[in-house]
Ligand binder design. Sequence first.
Ligand code: ZN
Length: 330
Amino acid sequence: MTTNPISPTIALDQDGKHHGFLKLPYSRDDSAWGAIMMPITVIQNGEGPTALLTGGNHGDEYEGPVALQDLALTLEPAQVSGRIIILPALNYPAFRAGTRTSPIDKGNMNRSFPGRPGGTATQKIADYVQQCLLPLAEFVLDFHSGGKTLDFVPFAAAHIQDDKRNENACFEAMKAFNAPFSVQLLEIDNVGMYDTAAEEMGKVFVSTELGGGGSSSARSNAIAKKGARNFLIHAGIIKGEMEVAATVNLDMPDGDCFTFCDRDGMHEPMVDMGQRVKKGDVVARVWPLDRTGVAPTEYHANRSGLLISRHFPGLIQSGDCIAVVAVEVD
Ligand SMILES: [Zn+2]
C-alpha cells in the first residue's frame, strides 16, 4: 500500500500555538529535491473537540484565507478548549497561482476526494486530508466563494443527508455561522467533494459561498471572521457570546435553480444579486461579440425566488452557469 508522502513540520497534538507546514515532496525543473510547503497552524489547549478550518480549496477564493490568516495570528491557546487545525490554503499551488485549480496537475480539490496517496499533487493533498486530518476533527468548516467566474450573496450552507442526525447537526452549525443568508444546498456535481467526504465520515460540516469575482471585500471578510468565531463557539472550542444577526433562509430544491448559457458572448446581467425574480423573468442577456444589429439572447429564471449567484466576468461562454435562484423558506 502506498503511504502518503506529506509530512507536517509541527506536531498536530501539542498544547500551544504552532505554525508550520504540510510538506509535500515535489521534484521539478526549478527544484530537484523540492517540496510544496503548505502553511498550517494548530492551536490546542487541553481536552475538547477538534475543528478543522480550511480556505483556498479553490485557489481564487479569498474570504477563507483572509479570515483564517487572521485567526491563526490572533487566537491564543488560553482562549481554546480542544484543538483548532487551520489550513488557509487547502489547494496551496492553486492559491499561489490565483487560480481555481492547481497549475501543477489542473486538479480541482473539491472534485479530488478521497484522493490518492500515489496520485498527482492535488490527489495527494486530498488523500492526506481524508486519511490524516478529517479523522482528527468533529467539526469541519470549509470556506468558498465564487472565484473569478461567479459571484454569490454571502451564505453558509449545509446539505440534505441520509443520516438525519448528522444533517441536523450540520444545519445547527450553519445557523451558528450566521451568514446573511443560510442555504440548504443542492450540489449539481457532488462526486469527489470535500463536503461529501466529511459528511460520510459523520463530521459536523459547514461550507460557505461568501462573495466572488476573484477578490474579497471588507464586508465579506467580516462575515467570514464572525462566522468562524461563531462556529468555534458553537463547537464548544472557544468561549464567548455568539454575534447573531438576521439571516434569510433559502432552499435549492432542484435543478431549476440554475440557468446555463448556451452561447459565447457578452454578459448583460438584468437582475442584481439578492433581488427577487419570478419564473420566466429575464435574468441576463448575452450579446454577440462580433457584430451589431443582432438582438441579444435572453436567459430566464426557471423558478421564482431570490437571485443568489451570477456569472461574474463580462464575457461568457456556452456552458457557463449564468444565474442561480434560490427559494426563501422559514
Ligand atoms: Zn470554491
